[in-house]
Design a protein around this ligand. Sequence first.
Ligand SMILES: Nc1ncnc2c1ncn2[C@@H]1O[C@H](COP(=O)(O)OP(=O)(O)OP(=O)(O)O)[C@@H](O)[C@H]1O
Length: 250
Amino acid sequence: MDASVTPALLYLDDVSVTFDGFRALNSLSLVIEHAEMRAIIGPNGAGKTTMMDVITGKTRPDTGEVMFDGHHDLTRIDEAGIAELGIGRKFQTPTVFDMLTVEDNILLALKSDRRPLASLLEKLTSARKERVDELLERVRLKDHRHRKAGNLSHGQKQWLEIGMLLAQEPKLLLVDEPAAGMTDQETADTADLLREIAQTRSVVVVEHDMVFVRDLGVKVTCLHEGSVLAEGPLDAVSSNERVIEVYLGR
Ligand SMILES: Nc1ncnc2c1ncn2[C@@H]1O[C@H](COP(=O)(O)OP(=O)(O)OP(=O)(O)O)[C@@H](O)[C@H]1O
């Protein structure tokens, strides 16, 4: 397929990354459609983090194509440029401003109009307030807006960070093990939240918690030794003999 005409949002083809002779990604190919959520599973060292690093420009592939939104060749764009194109990444540990309120964390993250007069006035605009309300509602923190972020539960901090990423209006959200350390209720709420987000944006979730992955109800890709081992509905992937052997049956 010619990547320059692919209708997919994200297209990785034949991507390899070698660290000191070790192949962390080995001819990896992956396609994520617009408004698709994909769960990525696989054993430790399978290449999940390296794949995210390649997409965000932190690591450059030795070979292969990484195309975003039609014509953007991500292997030629720096990390800031890739974020600007609309790729947001949520790491496992929440990074919110603990001393600020929930609302101020969101306000800080809002995409702003960089024209000087606009930025002077934008604090006052009702559109900005509405956007903050909308984001707080979306991430289930409307009733906590005046609390210091440092006082939130672990799960709420994760949601706040997701809200801050959404404030940037990404086309693609990369989320690393969101359910880790969450209560069962928070885990279920997070699955709901990600499903809502994926109605309008694409989401790639790396996760080990198979209950959570089942709850997401989306196509699953199992990586192993830097390549795709199996891909499809969770039932098919989790009954794949190789997947059981290298991952689930451990
Ligand atoms: N910067 C680096 N230098 C050398 N080796 C690296 C580097 N980054 C990753 N690796 C190696 O590449 C392999 C793939 O690692 P990666 O972190 O992508 O796997 P993963 O699937 O995310 O694993 P986990 O589930 O443990 O997070 C591992 O064997 C790792 O040790």
